[in-house]
Design a protein. Structure first.
Length: 70
């Protein structure tokens, strides 16, 4: 079977995305070690969401920069 370089890059991107997604899901599903039973965690604020969105945008921009160098 002959796989083109574009298909190889797509497969590598899918693998990296899957690993990042699985790692993120694991972090979100497991409780921090310092959590106290019965104590409510701090709520997620709008600033937290905006900060995370900004970090995701930077990651996408860096991937685009990487893509342009290829």
């Amino acid at each position: 079977m002959n796989i083109s370089p574009k298909q190889q890059k797509m497969a590598l991107g899918a693998l990296i995305g899957g690993l990042l997604g699985a790692g993120s899901a694991y972090l979100l599903m497991t409780a921090p070690k310092g959590a106290v039973e019965g104590e409510d965690p701090k709520p997620i604020t709008a600033g937290d969401v905006i900060s995370l969105t900004g970090a995701a945008a930077v990651l996408v921009r860096k991937i685009d920069d990487f893509r342009r160098k290829m």
